[in-house]
Design a protein around this ligand. Structure first.
Ligand SMILES: [Mn+2]
Length: 352
């Protein structure tokens, strides 16, 4: 939860919508920090303040493991939004321009470990299913996601629209079932995503879905450098050349170097790196030495134990965040502080 949610609300209010739906993972942990909750409530209240009904469900990140724990999303009711966050499907209906819109709200907790069947309300003019998880056949970067938590029958009810949450990209599952996509990027794995939300229009015949992008800080994953046989000066030049070909100013930038001969990384010109760090909002240079990739089983292996320290630390923080053990804001600060120490240690060298 960050400024991205405020920008999403700005864009929503510019568009004169009749209803707002959040399909889950408002928060990235079961116990979000107080300032994160307060920010969410303030921005949510801007929507309610315009008399726009707001419904939502809990995603996997914010669903408590223990049923006795109250989800932070319950706070949303205090400002007039309705979020279903328990372990049962729920239903709500709202009058929109003379039409009765029925919402079947199926939080992640209701699909996680059992079979649910939901069907549209009998008197609905427009029926919408809101749920959170992985649909069958969802492919990310050519890989089919193994674990499907939204089996076909959950989605088979004859709803006019299915609002899906979980996958961070705007993505059609069926002509009337879309992942809205996330309002911000959650790391370099999503450098190519466009944060935003789905604008859904019903015209009595069918449904039209459009992606509304929202402003975000640029994130660039520069083409990796194969440093086989390069000495420190050549590697410095290759880094300078890669950075020179992209619009890096103010962006969050990552550059991976692989197969660097032993010792070449330590000899990269510090002044060049300092200049890149001045220009970028964040410049992350990830160098792995010759042989490291094979040992780690290729680049897809997140958290392999052979990468350089920076990479390993990033993977560690990312795993903690993914598992919900730490929140996004804390993870960002922790990562920033940790990388700062590592860089300073690297720049000062063992003599200092
Ligand atoms: Mn999720």
């Amino acid at each position: 939860m960050s400024e991205a949610y405020a920008r999403a609300v700005d864009a929503i209010l510019e568009r004169d919508v009749d209803l707002v739906i959040h399909s889950g993972d408002v928060f990235d942990s079961v116990r979000p920090a107080t300032h994160v909750v307060v920010h969410f409530l303030k921005q949510t209240a801007r929507i309610i303040g315009r008399n726009i009904p707001y419904y939502g469900i809990a995603g996997n990140h914010e669903t408590p493991r223990l049923r006795a724990t109250t989800a932070a999303l319950e706070y949303a009711t205090l400002v007039g939004a309705r979020f279903v966050h328990g372990f049962e499907p729920d239903y709500g209906a709202v009058e929109v321009r003379g039409a009765r819109v029925g919402l079947s709200l199926v939080p992640h907790g209701a699909v996680a470990d059992r079979e649910v069947v939901v069907t549209p309300g009998r008197d609905d003019d427009i029926s919408i299913l809101v749920t959170h998880g992985t649909v069958p056949g969802l492919r990310i970067r050519g890989h089919e996601l193994g674990e499907v938590d939204l089996p076909g029958h959950v989605l088979d009810g004859s709803f006019d629209y299915v609002a899906l949450g979980h996958y961070h990209y705007f993505h059609p599952h069926r002509p009337n079932a879309y992942y809205a996509g996330a309002t911000e990027r959650f790391g370099f794995g999503e450098a190519d995503s466009r944060p935003g939300f789905a604008l859904v229009e019903f015209d009595g015949e069918g449904v039209r879905v459009e992606h509304v992008p929202i402003p975000c800080r640029p994130m660039l994953d520069l083409p990796r450098i194969d440093a086989s046989g390069m000495d420190a000066a050549e590697l410095t030049e290759a880094i300078r050349e890669r950075a020179g070909r992209a619009e890096i100013d103010g962006a969050v930038v990552r550059l991976k170097v692989v197969e660097a001969p032993r010792g070449a990384a330590a000899g990269v010109d510090r002044e060049v790196l300092r200049e890149l760090r001045r220009r970028c909002l964040d410049f992350s240079l990830e160098i792995s030495e010759a042989g490291a990739e094979e040992a780690a089983g290729g680049e897809e292996t997140a958290g392999a134990a052979f990468g350089p320290l920076e990479e390993e630390f990033r993977a560690f923080v990312e795993r903690r965040r993914e598992s919900g053990k730490i929140g996004r804001t804390f993870a960002e600060r922790f990562l920033e502080a940790g990388l700062g120490y590592l860089r300073r240690a690297g720049e000062e060298g063992p003599a200092a």
